[in-house]
Write a protein that binds this ligand. Structure first.
Ligand code: XMP
Length: 523
């Protein structure tokens, strides 16, 4: 396995993704991981990430003893500068920041670049298109190092001490702009470090099943099933491991998508034979929400009620000793960036997984090591339908945050039907250029119920009915998002169908706001 030390880079997780794409297991830890912990981790190699600081003025320093462990080390950007400075080279601040594409020229025959090039120049040097983002640069090589790549503005663009297995690059191989970036990282991990490519889904399932059986023994496990990808995949995996010892509790708050409750029951109880307790708590939730219009209070009410219902249900399962949760790797990574930056809460996120410790159950979190796309891959490998596993994310409070203002059962029913039409049209409309459906081309899409009435005309009559807004966004991380440029014909069909098929709605609008300043959800 590979250890990645995070010096506060925004893209450190991408390094981990690339390494795992080489089927090598890796973990991301903060730069100040104690050397004893590093030793105990026993990495096959170490990768040092980039970071926003300057080496000579920051306390972003890892323990230099990691260079004495006898394992290969790859420094990226700040990681290169820290390596250079720590091993006796020189780092200086540049007059200008270099940001964007650069063409590097490979020098010598380093194991890192040999045979990897986008093209070559007249003298036969390999040329590579890379992505640079730095202010400081290495100006003198440490002892034992040789130059392995250069650019006109960055004469030491990469360096290596091949005898000790130390490599460093000023550019970012982890971003897709660096065309051969993945190859370079895989070269380091597989050829130079000699890590075995054994991190594959079938292997993972075997190991995870074994581990769950060892952990749980003959005890019983409960799991809060939400219908979302993470809890569904966790349920399928645990069921594969311990079968009847797992009981899922599916709390239906009445604010799910159309027919979702039925779908979850069909998939788990009927198809997979998982024990699922279906709790229809919609009346309780609606009761608690009555009269409340404040978005934050609505979220808190839904969160608290969820915990209450789940707790009441789990107390009935007196034999249960374990609580399983669909926690995934990005939830548990302790990032170096988060240590310094104060995280701002824009909205209080209620997650169906977030249950209190008062249940007195041991925690079982079999997806803790997986990235989201690995969770999806696992779901498919376990036999969950592709369509379910690749669904858009759905917020814990569900339609509670998509019905603006007071939540009423009547509004929820109108919204569910409008939303289902929109999703159906997105799935059925194929973009010719890419051959993909608009559902797959968007990251999240849904309808929002506006408690506003407007005048319309239908046949000979005047109508005075509710408005629905359509929201569709494209994003890679949900922190920022663009509104999706859906074809007018798709919007037109969706609008027609909603107004014709959902009595009570006579107007449909499309949301053309980006995030920021708008958020993806309306509340
Ligand atoms: P916003 O609206 O903040 O949403 O731009 C970003 C992403 O988070 C989801 N979201 C939630 N998920 N509980 C959740 O589990 C919540 O309370 C919640 N609020 C927003 C939203 O759907 C989007 O994917």
């Amino acid at each position: 396995k590979i250890l990645i030390l995070d010096f506060g880079s925004q893209v450190a997780q991408l390094i981990a993704r690339r390494v795992r794409e080489a089927h090598v297991y890796c973990e991301l830890h903060p730069y100040d991981m104690p050397i004893d912990a590093i030793r105990a981790f026993n990495p096959k190699a170490i990768i040092l990430s980039g970071g926003p600081n300057s080496v000579y003025e920051s306390d972003y320093q890892a323990d230099p003893a990691l260079f004495s462990l006898g394992v290969p080390v790859l420094g990226i950007c700040y990681g290169m500068q820290w390596m250079a400075q720590t091993l006796g080279g020189k780092v200086e601040s540049g007059d200008t920041r270099e940001f964007g594409y650069a063409e590097i020229r490979a020098r010598g025959h380093s194991k890192l670049f040999n045979g990897l090039q986008d093209r070559s120049n007249a003298e036969g040097h390999g040329l590579l298109d890379v992505w640079m983002s730095h202010g400081d640069k290495v100006t003198a090589l440490p002892d034992g190092f040789t130059l392995i790549a250069e650019t006109p503005s960055c004469p030491i663009a990469a360096m290596a001490d091949e005898a000790r297995g130390f490599y460093a690059v000023q550019f970012h191989p982890e971003v897709t702009h660096t065309k051969r970036g993945t190859d370079i990282l895989h070269r380091f991990v597989l050829s130079i470090a000699g890590a075995a490519p054994s991190w594959t889904m079938p292997n993972y399932i075997d190991e995870a099943v074994k581990k769950i059986r060892e952990q749980v023994g003959d005890e019983e496990v409960i799991l809060g099933l939400s219908g979302g990808v993470d809890s569904s995949v966790a349920a399928a995996l645990i069921h594969r491991a311990i079968g009847e010892q797992l009981t899922c509790v599916f709390v239906d708050h009445g604010l799910l998508r159309l027919n979702e409750g039925q779908m979850v029951m069909d998939m788990f109880a009927r198809n997979l034979g998982v024990k699922v307790v279906h709790v229809d708590a919609s009346a309780e939730f609606m009761g608690k929400l009555a009269g409340e219009t404040d978005p934050e209070k609505k979220r808190k009410i839904i969160g608290a009620e969820f915990v209450e219902v789940f707790q009441a249900e789990s107390k009935k399962l007196t034999n249960a000793k374990w609580l399983a949760q669909g926690t995934i790797y990005p939830d548990v990574i302790e990032s170096a960036g988060a240590k310094t930056k104060k995280a701002h809460t824009i909205k209080s996120h209620h997650n169906v997984g977030g249950l209190p410790e008062t249940l007195n159950l041991k925690l079982l979190e079999p997806l803790r090591e997986l990235f989201k796309d690995e969770v999806r891959e696992l779901g498919v490998a376990l036999g969950l339908p592709h369509e379910m596993v690749y669904r858009h994310p759905f917020p814990g409070p569900g339609l509670g945050v998509r019905i603006l203002g007071e939540v009423k059962a009547e509004y929820a029913s109108l919204l569910q039907r409008a939303d289902a039409i929109f999703i159906e049209e997105l799935r059925n409309t194929i973009d010719e250029a890419s051959g993909k459906s608009w559902y797959d081309l968007t990251s999240q899409a849904f309808a929002v119920f506006l408690p506003v009435k407007s005048v319309g005309v239908m046949g000979d009559g005047r109508t005075y009915e509710w408005v629905v807004a359509l929201r569709a966004v494209v994003t890679s991380d949900f922190m920022t998002a663009h509104w999706a440029e859906l074809p007018y014909s798709l919007l037109g069909r969706t609008s027609n169908r909603i107004i014709n098929e959902v009595r009570g709605i006579n107007r449909v609008v499309y949301d053309v706001s980006g995030k920021p300043p708008a958020t993806i959800e309306w509340e």
